[in-house]
Ligand binder design. Structure first.
Ligand code: PLP
Length: 427
């Protein structure tokens, strides 16, 4: 599939049926797989042969869907996870351990911020958060001798900052570490971070990829471009023998293109078990088949809503990276010229109270802890997802108390605007 356009990869990537085989990907609803001899199975355990033995590690349905996302991103290997949280945890923990350090953008998703700032800190991994808008000098100053990765979001949820991928990749590579980018909001339809120097991409497939609010899931894709062996001393997990896998050295045995995902599957999935169910992978694939069609409608609707809000007297600010005049407009023209995402955020001249009244009066847009769905949904982060944060932390995450996140679905733009209009009339 790799020579086809992204639109074709969405529909047909990852699975090509042979003669008489099912047109749709089969759901392999089986925990285990049968072998003729113990020796045959032993080879799988030693990673001497590839194949399936237990769905906690790998399942054929999941692998077909991971192969599609891998193809869409232009990577060399990919794996599904049970959630976006699991994808980001695995992607970082695969190379950063107790005593290590990671540089991350400060405007990342609240769940990822908690994972890094609270839970992974308890595991002995330190994080330095930098503004995505920092200068190269500020970015370089954040690195330490024990830094193992740099992390950011293509378009941050919900701050809607846009990552200057080349700037972050350059700094990461100058310090001998990979750049990990969470590409959930842009999706590979609108941005392919590997084309700009990113090394590893993660996704919450729960969002646009699934697109129908049907299944929580995640994905990790490796570009195969990062030379682990050239930075052997930094990445002993990939470049020295793994005693729990009979002394295999991943970077030698599976090469630059396969080491990261093989280690992540063989060690982390084996030990933590955050596998996606094959049933959910099937649903995810249905979503992927129309992702390119939906993304253009999401973006079209969001732009119409952003323009309407921008001209409204009760609105104090509108943030939409695809809107001319937005702080990140020039970066989006570079990294995602065909569209950004369906999420618009805005604030009220009447502050937090006005935001609360507005939320109460929406009829078509539903209040949900969800985003990037075919149906329009909306959220007031300060009173929900980000309520753990104090005002200072909120500001660092790019969120004000009056900010409303509005995720435009694929309904008719005129109906969305009419709903917003009547709710604003109550403010
Ligand atoms: C939702 C989200 C996550 C977490 O994904 P889950 O599937 O909810 O675990 C991570 N990153 C971004 C950008 C998200 O929007």
């Amino acid at each position: 599939m790799s020579n086809y356009n992204i639109n074709t990869k969405c529909v047909q990537g990852g699975y090509t049926p042979g003669n008489g085989e099912p047109r749709q990907i089969p759901i392999i609803q089986s925990t285990t797989f049968k072998y003729a001899t113990s020796e045959d199975m032993g080879k799988l355990f030693d990673l001497e042969a590839s194949g399936y033995f237990y769905t906690r590690l790998q399942n054929p349905t999941n692998d077909m869907v991971a192969a599609k996302i891998c193809d869409m991103e232009g990577g060399t290997a990919a794996m599904l996870t049970s959630s976006g949280q699991a994808a980001n945890f695995y992607a970082v923990f695969n190379i950063a351990n107790c005593g290590d350090h990671v540089v991350a953008s400060s405007t990342i998703y609240g769940g990822t911020y908690n994972l890094f700032h609270v839970t992974m800190r308890k595991m002995g991994i330190e994080f330095t958060f930098v503004s995505p808008d920092c200068t190269e000098e500020e970015l370089n100053a954040a690195f330490q001798p024990n830094t193992k990765a740099v992390f950011g979001e293509t378009i941050a949820n919900p701050a809607l900052t846009v990552l200057d991928i080349e700037k972050f990749a350059k700094a990461a590579h100058a310090h001998g570490v990979p750049l990990i980018v969470d590409n959930t909001f842009a999706t590979p339809v609108n941005c392919r971070p590997f084309e700009w120097g990113c090394d590893i991409v993660t996704h919450s497939t729960t969002k646009y990829m699934d697109g129908h609010g049907a299944g929580v899931g995640g994905c990790i894709v490796d570009s195969g471009k990062f030379d682990w062996m050239a930075h052997k001393e930094k990445f002993p997990g990939l470049c020295t023998p793994d005693d729990s896998y009979h002394g295999i050295t991943y970077a030698e045995k599976f090469g630059q293109g396969g080491a990261f995902i093989t280690k992540c599957t063989a060690q982390l999935m084996r030990d933590f078990g955050s596998i996606q169910s094959p049933q959910n992978a099937f649903l995810l694939n249905l979503g992927l088949e129309s992702l390119h069609v939906r993304m253009s409608r999401h973006c079209e609707n969001a732009l119409a809503v952003a323009k309407y809000l921008k001209a409204h007297p009760k609105i104090s600010f509108v943030t939409y990276p695809g809107l001319e005049g937005d702080k990140y407009y020039s970066l989006t023209q570079k990294y995602m010229p065909s569209g950004t995402c369906g999420v618009v955020s805005f604030g009220f001249k009447g502050g937090r109270a006005a935001a609360e009244i507005f939320m109460k009066h929406l009829k078509l847009a539903a209040i949900e802890t969800h985003v990037a769905d075919a149906r329009t949904c909306t959220l007031h982060p300060a009173s929900t997802t980000h309520r753990q944060m104090n005002d200072q932390e909120l500001a660092a995450a790019g969120i004000t108390p009056d900010l409303v996140r509005f995720s435009c679905g694929i309904e008719d733009a005129a109906d969305l605007i009419a709903d917003i209009d009547q709710a604003l009339a109550q403010v």
